[in-house]
Design a protein around this ligand. Structure first.
Ligand code: ADP
Length: 513
C-alpha cells in the first residue's frame, strides 16, 4: 500500500518548483518530477497512452505540474492487478494483518500531515487550516477502519436442531471507487478504509481537478506491501471514470460526486455486470432557525454551514429558513458576519475562504448568481467575483427567493445561499422537504421537543441540532432521495463492502442427552 518515492518513478522531464505562498516555508523538499504517475500494482507508471494533463493552481490560474492521464487501458491493467491481489495474497492475509497495514498507513499520513495538507491546499485551493483538518480526519478515518478489520463477524442462526446455520461477511472483490475534488484525500480515506478493512482490493479514480496528492507521495525507504491491493488512476470522468463503472471485472463501484454523474454510473453498472453501487451525491440542505434559538451561536453555524470549504460541500446549508419574527434581525447580523469572512490566498494565515476549485466551477457558480439576479432575487451581499485573478467569489446571500427559482432548487456548490422566512414548525418542515435531495439539514432552537420533532420529520440522512457540518468517522453519512444510496463512515460503511453468505450444515438428529 505504500507509495514509492516519486523521484524514482517518473521520466526525467524538466522539473518545476511548485508554487506556494512566498511567506510559507516550503514543505516539499525537492522539485516535482514531471509528469506524476499512475499507481498500478505498486509501481508509478506513465500510462499506456503516455498522455498527460495540467494541474492548475486555482489561486493563480497557473499550471502547477503535469499528471499522467489514465485511460481505459490503464483501468484495465489496474483491475487485473487488483483481481490478482484479491485472488492471491490479500485474501489470505489475516484480518489482523489488514488492520495493521491500515494503522501503518494512518501513521505515515500523520507523520507527513503538513506536507499532505500543503499539497492539498495548492491543488484544491482550500485554506491551509482546513487542509490540515482534513488530513487529521484522514488519519482518524483510516485508523478507525484499521480497528474494524479484525472485528467483522457473522452470526449463527438457530433454524432447527438438525441444522447449523451461520453467516459470513465476505469481501465483495475488486471495488472501483470514483472520488471528487472537494475533499480529495478525505474522500480517498472514506473509500479505502472500509473497502480494505473488509478484504477487498481497490481501483481508485481520482478527480481530474485534484490528482496531485494521490499520484505522488512523501518518500519512504520501506518496502511496498501487497502489490495490486490499492491502485490509483488519475484521469477524466468520461474516459477513466466510465471505464471503471462499466468494467466487467469490477464487482462494486462506489462514487461520490454530482447527482447527474451518479445516475450515469448506476446506468453503466446496470448495463455491464450489475456491479453493486453505492452513491454519495448532491444536496440542497435546509438550515432552520427558530426564534428561540441562541441567535449569535446560530449565525456562526449558518455562516460555517455555507462557507466552509467555499461552499463546495455536498451537505452545505444552502437554503436558510428563518422564523419570520426574527428574520430582519437575523438577516442583518448574518450579512455582517458573512462580510467579515476572509477570502484570499489559502496559504495566508487567517484566510477562511480560498478560490473555487476550477474555471468550470467558477463559471457554473457565477451562472447561478446571474440566474438568481435575473429571476428577481435580491443580492444582500456579494454576488460577484473577488479580484481578477484566481477563482475567488465573494460570499453571497440572496433574499426574496421563491421555491421555484433555480438557486433554490439546484446544487450550486459555491459560497452562495438563499434565505427565506417561515411561520411555524409545520410550515418549515414542508419547505425543508420541498427538494429532490435529502443529504443533510439543521435545526437551531432551544426547545428540545421542537428540535426532535423537526429532526424526525425532515427527510435527510443527517440532521444537526444547534450546529452544522459536524462529521465524525464513527457516524454514518449519506442521503435520502436523490442524494444517494448507502451510507459511508461508521459501522454502516462495512455493509457497502461485504457480501453476506449463509452456510447451512445438515447435522441430522441430535444426540439423545
Ligand atoms: P463535479 O461536477 O463537481 O466535477 P462530478 O460528479 O462531475 O463532479 O465528478 C466527480 C467524479 O466523477 C470525478 O472523479 C469525475 O472524473 C468523475 N466522473 C465524471 N463523469 C463521469 C462519468 N461519466 N463516469 C464515471 N465517472 C465520472
Amino acid at each position: 500500500m505504500r507509495m514509492r518515492d516519486r523521484s524514482r518513478i517518473i521520466g526525467d522531464q524538466s522539473a518545476k518548483e511548485p508554487r506556494l505562498h512566498p511567506g510559507v516555508p516550503h514543505p516539499v523538499t525537492g522539485p516535482f518530477k514531471q509528469p506524476i504517475g499512475l499507481f498500478i500494482n505498486n509501481e508509478f507508471v506513465e500510462g499506456v497512452k503516455k498522455q498527460k494533463f495540467d494541474v492548475i493552481n486555482p489561486s493563480t490560474e497557473e499550471v502547477i505540474c503535469q499528471v499522467c492521464e489514465g485511460t481505459e487501458e490503464d483501468v484495465d491493467l489496474a483491475v487485473k492487478a487488483a483481481r490478482a491481489a484479491f485472488n492471491g495474497g490479500w485474501r489470505e492475509t489475516t484480518p489482523n494483518e489488514r488492520g495493521r497495514l491500515l494503522l501503518k498507513l494512518a501513521d505515515i499520513a500523520e507523520a507527513n500531515l503538513d506536507l499532505l495538507a500543503a499539497v492539498e491546499s495548492l491543488d484544491n485551493g482550500k485554506s491551509i487550516t482546513n487542509a490540515k483538518g482534513d488530513v487529521g480526519a484522514v488519519v482518524g478515518t483510516i485508523r478507525y477502519y484499521g480497528g474494524w478489520a479484525d472485528k467483522i463477524h457473522g452470526k449463527t442462526i438457530d433454524v432447527s436442531p438438525e441444522m447449523l446455520n451461520y453467516t459470513r461477511q465476505e469481501p465483495i472483490g475488486v471495488c472501483g471507487q470514483i472520488i471528487p475534488w472537494n475533499f480529495p484525500l478525505l474522500m480517498f480515506a472514506w473509500k479505502i478504509g472500509p473497502a480494505l478493512a473488509t478484504g477487498n482490493t481497490v481501483v481508485m479514480k481520482t478527480a481530474e481537478q485534484t490528482p496531485s496528492l494521490l499520484s505522488s507521495s512523501p518518500s519512504s525507504s520501506r518496502r511496498p506491501a501487497s502489490p495490486g491491493v490499492l491502485n490509483i488512476v488519475s484521469g477524466f470522468g468520461k474516459t477513466a471514470g466510465a471505464a471503471v463503472s462499466s468494467h466487467m471485472d469490477i464487482d462494486k463501484v462506489a462514487f461520490t460526486g454530482s447527482t447527474p454523474v451518479g445516475r450515469t454510473i448506476m446506468k453503466a453498472a446496470a448495463d455491464s455486470n450489475l456491479k453493486k453501487v453505492t452513491l454519495e451525491l448532491g444536496g440542497k440542505s435546509p438550515n432552520i432557525i427558530f426564534d428561540d434559538a441562541d441567535i449569535e451561536h446560530a449565525i456562526e453555524w449558518v455562516n460555517f454551514g455555507i462557507l466552509y470549504n467555499h461552499g463546495q460541500c455536498c451537505c452545505a446549508g444552502t437554503r436558510i429558513f428563518v422564523q419570520e419574527t426574527i428574520y430582519d434581525k437575523f438577516l442583518a447580523a448574518f450579512k455582517e458576519r458573512a462580510n467579515r469572512t476572509t477570502v484570499g490566498d489559502p496559504f495566508d494565515e487567517g484566510v477562511f475562504q480560498g478560490p473555487q476549485v476550477s474555471q468550470l466551477q467558477f463559471d457554473r457558480i457565477m451562472g447561478y448568481i446571474e440566474s438568481g439576479k435575473s429571476e428577481g432575487a435580491t443580492v444582500e451581499t456579494g454576488g460577484e467575483r473577488l479580484g481578477n485573478k484566481g477563482y475567488f467569489i465573494k460570499p453571497t446571500i440572496f433574499s426574496n427567493v421563491t421555491p421555484d427559482m433555480k438557486i433554490m432548487k439546484e446544487e450550486i456548490f459555491g459560497p452562495v445561499c438563499a434565505i427565506a422566512k417561515f411561520k411555524d414548525a409545520e410550515d418549515v418542515v414542508h419547505l425543508a422537504n420541498d427538494t429532490n435531495y435529502g443529504l443533510a439539514a439543521a435545526v437551531h432552537t432551544k426547545n428540545i421537543t421542537t428540535a426532535i420533532k423537526v429532526s424526525n420529520a425532515i427527510k435527510a440522512g443527517t440532521v444537526w441540532v444547534n450546529c452544522y457540518n459536524v462529521l465524525s468517522y464513527q457516524v454514518p453519512f449519506g442521503g435520502f432521495k436523490e442524494s444517494g444510496i448507502g451510507r459511508e463512515l461508521g459501522e454502516a460503511a462495512l455493509a457497502n463492502y461485504t457480501e453476506s453468505k449463509s452456510v447451512t450444515v445438515h447435522l441430522g438428529k441430535p444426540f439423545p442427552h
